[in-house]
Design a binder for this molecule. Structure first.
Ligand code: FAD
Ligand code: SF4
Length: 156
């Protein structure tokens, strides 16, 4: 987890029960905004509050600053990171519930079952992505640098 605002909720609801959790939110080499002449780099751990308040982001990429500002409330944006915002889980009212509520419901695709409770008869999950930052980043043709075990790749 980074800010934990998406991840910890899912743990509290017992939707996920990981054997261990690594908190990457304090890795300082992954945060900060670096504004150059040809390229602007936003580290994955940069808090949404910092993006919303950065004068140069507001000047050059206003929609990104506005999107970061619109997310939830200051309590959330103080903790939430851009990496976590992009990679947050999809939401569905038949899924994001406590065990008490879910116990009365048939298991849907997202819970390892075979039905979709939102779209009857569907053979797949219809829960859609709802992150606020991605549309603004797409509009500015942003790219993500993904790193895994020493190798990197860049995706739109
Ligand atoms: C009350 C409430 C309201 C919300 N409202 C909004 C809203 O209006 N708009 C909106 O867009 N979102 C909203 N959210 C969703 C979410 O909390 C935020 O979007 C937030 O930006 C997630 O960032 P985080 O750092 O807290 O993510 P985390 O909870 O830390 O992580 C989310 C996911 O991303 C993964 N992840 C995080 N960082 C990385 C990384 N660097 N590399 C690889 N994987 C990573 C984690 O493994 C996890 O699966 C809301 C959440 C709450 C609780
Ligand atoms: S399978 Fe259907 S009910 Fe379950 S989370 Fe996806 S959209 Fe919602």
């Amino acid at each position: 987890m980074a800010g934990g605002t998406d991840f910890l909720n899912r743990m509290k609801l017992r939707l996920i029960e990981p054997a261990f959790v690594m908190n990457i939110g304090r890795l300082r080499n992954m945060d900060g905004i670096d504004i150059g002449n040809t390229e602007t780099v936003i580290g994955a751990n940069t808090r949404l509050k910092e993006i919303a308040g950065a004068p140069l982001i507001n000047k050059r990429f206003r929609a990104i600053a506005e999107a970061a500002f619109q997310v939830a409330s200051p309590t959330i944006t103080n903790m939430a990171t851009v990496g976590g915002n992009l990679l947050q889980n999809t939401r569905c009212r038949y899924y994001d519930q406590s065990g008490m509520v879910l116990n009365g419901l048939e298991r849907c695709h997202k819970r390892g079952g075979t039905v979709c409770l939102a779209v009857k008869g569907s053979k797949r999950c219809f829960s859609v992505y709802q992150g606020d930052l991605a549309p603004a980043l797409i509009a500015f043709e942003a790219r993500c640098v993904l790193e895994k075990k020493g190798s990197t790749r860049t995706v739109p």
